[in-house]
Design a protein around this ligand. Sequence first.
Ligand SMILES: NC(=O)c1ccc[n+]([C@@H]2O[C@H](COP(=O)([O-])OP(=O)(O)OC[C@H]3O[C@@H](n4cnc5c(N)ncnc54)[C@H](OP(=O)(O)O)[C@@H]3O)[C@@H](O)[C@H]2O)c1
Length: 250
Amino acid sequence: MVTGASRGIGRATVDAILARGGKVVAVARDEGLLGALQASWPNHVRALPADLQHLDRIPELAGRAVDAFGSVDGLVNCAGVARYEPVGAIDLASVEAQLRVNLIAPLFFSQALALHLRASGGSIVNVSSTLSERAAPHTVVYAATKAALNAVTRGLALELASSGVRVNAVLPGGVETDMLRAPRLQPGETLDPGEIEARVASQLAGLAALHPLGGRLGTPEEVAAVILSVLDQTWQTGSLVTIDGGLSLA
Ligand SMILES: NC(=O)c1ccc[n+]([C@@H]2O[C@H](COP(=O)([O-])OP(=O)(O)OC[C@H]3O[C@@H](n4cnc5c(N)ncnc54)[C@H](OP(=O)(O)O)[C@@H]3O)[C@@H](O)[C@H]2O)c1
């Protein structure tokens, strides 16, 4: 089961699982993208469109995921949301929205699927971020949700170890996805479309330059390869695995 399966790192993870003959239950909001994915892989993909802001749906979604192919042996909690907000512009609605998708949904999916994963000696990978350990401007809330996700990863890993279920986190640096293509604006700032394009290009170039390895962002495929590798490791649990082109060293 992969959440955030419609785009970016989650979609690359789905593609990597399919490439090795696996089956995937794909969760995200975008019904069109998930429908097209299922249409291309009718025997290997089940689309479960859902908005993870609605946490009360998680037990039902987990049940449908198990029913889709008869069992679930891996869970990749990849859905995530980042709101770039300077201190002074953070409100409760934004904090709650980021907490729901980035922290509470992974926790509740893990809890709902733990029993099923036990049957298969299964594995959970939570997609965290280097920002959980390294401060950057305008990401206070996002970073806090990912730091809490790291704590959830370690706590679940300890509690589920006796069941044979492994729980790890993957911490990417900057990766070329839609998440980084949102223009970062100051409160009250407005830009015309040309200015937005220029702002995003300058943001991406500035971020890429922070990565010592090649001065570039990562690709979703590079991160997906690590997610699959961590999913497979039979003697690894509670680990926070960084894949960041050396960003954490800089
Ligand atoms: N890109 C980076 O530089 C970077 C770095 C470190 C960590 N990460 C983490 O990597 C993960 C994937 O992000 P990405 O970079 O691939 O970003 P992305 O391209 O923006 O993809 C985000 C995914 O999350 C899903 N999602 C967002 N809100 C949702 C909601 N309310 N309900 C259900 N699904 C929702 C989106 O699907 P729909 O829009 O279809 O719902 C989409 O599939 C996230 O956890 C992110 O925090 C990213």
